[in-house]
Write a new protein. Structure first.
Length: 100
């Protein structure tokens, strides 16, 4: 099975799609990477030009996570095995407002 994964990785690299695939995995596997506590109050939105956009529950969490930014970036880069993430941009997750 490891050989199949290695073959897929090689094919994606040859086609120039490996980095995009890794970016997708970071967003898709956010809960697994960050764990249940953080993924309960955060959601990865996208990774663009080395900046990952993360929705957070409220401003308190945004502040708290901004203090942990370096550790979070290191954790994300360890997951991919390279320095794909340079920065994190936290956005307050506004609940959908229903029309009255």
């Amino acid at each position: 099975m490891k050989q199949v994964g290695s073959l897929v990785e090689k094919m994606l690299k040859n086609c120039g799609l490996w980095q995009g695939y890794q970016q997708h995995l970071l967003v898709e596997n956010w809960e697994q990477i960050m764990g249940p506590a953080l993924s309960e109050v955060t959601r990865a939105e996208k990774l663009d030009h080395g900046i990952i956009w993360v929705s957070v529950k409220d401003s308190v969490w945004s502040y708290h996570l901004s203090l942990m930014k370096t550790q979070l970036i290191d954790k994300l880069n360890r997951y991919t095995g390279n320095k794909m993430v340079r920065d994190i941009f936290f956005v307050i997750d506004e609940p959908d407002q229903k029309e009255s």
